[in-house]
Design a protein around this ligand. Sequence first.
Ligand SMILES: Cc1ncc(COP(=O)(O)O)c(C=O)c1O
Length: 382
Amino acid sequence: MIRSRRDFLRSLSIVTATGAAAIHWPAENISGRLPREPARASDGFILLNSNENPYGPSLRVANAIRAATGRVNRYAFMKNDEVTERIANHHRVKPEQLLFGCGSTEILRVAACAFLGNTKKLIQALPTFEALEDYAKSVGSEVTRVPINRNYSYDLEAMLSHADGSAGLVYVCNPNNPTGSLTSRKDLEDFIRKLPATTRVVIDEAYHDYVVPTGSYSSFIDHPLDDERVIVTRTFSKVYGLAGLRLGYAVASPKAIEKMRPFLTRDSLNSIVAEIVGVALEDGAGVQEAVKRNREDMQEFLNRAGTRNLSPIDPHANFVMMNIQHPAPEVIEHFRQHKILIGRFFPSMSGYIRVSLGTPQEMQAFWQIWNLLPWSNKVMHH
Ligand SMILES: Cc1ncc(COP(=O)(O)O)c(C=O)c1O
């Protein structure tokens, strides 16, 4: 079967040159981190709005990116199989269980195309990450949004009550964006078991690496269920600091992968990420460093919030959702006027703001602007 241009060329017996030597820049150019924008970017904004890694990629990955820039005039399709194999090997799954795309957003899109449509509905929590919902609507699906419960976990019983034969997909974002909260593994397993046989489940693990290991959480890639209906998504946009290079993927049954594959954008693999994905996956120390830094920054945030009587939802990712007991749009606007972008408005949590963690310098600026809110020292938590 021809799944890529590489397969096509092979089928014509044309020899393909994979892994062509990357251009290596002189040493003085490849030391140090990638130049990051200063705390205030050229337009003056501090970005605490998209749950990115504010430090950028690890040093090893940054160096690999510099070395890979010599290939940007080339399509990367000859690397399709290699990228698939590298990610599959990393997770100890078969290449047939792996599908990568232009960010995990593309995976969510192809899942909507493959498993939804005007006779199939999507069930998800409210609030959650909205990309799949938007794609579901664009293919004509009805979307059922089930409010999260009082402790910010998914109300799986209520979600189950909506899961009849017309439920094509259930979306589970764990940790959930925007709440940063976890839904327990055991509850999810019971839930999945009770779903109709024709209902698939997308488990979005974009923030997996940030979860401090607890008894109640485990990844559905690391500890898979023997269930063909489960599709797990991950991304290089968060802990790896590569949001702008756009690479995400799904791990699922070969059957589910084959249903999604026809909807992928052709040749979406970018030639820099194709060169550096192996380095990123092998750089366990880089991931650990990013996780540790996030943990320290989070602790600092919680300390500062605590001194102001703010009590954020117990965070399990690289952002914080907190009750500010004032209309969020006004606070979002206050920060915007002071050139800080925080997370968007979530109407179902109208008195909460979502703040992505930035560098210490950026967070210093955040708290300075917070202190300018006329009521900032009067927020009491209940
Ligand atoms: C839960 C979740 N899933 C998926 C994505 C999409 O990420 P990407 O397309 O960069 O992989 C995001 C981005 O913020 C997210 O929060």
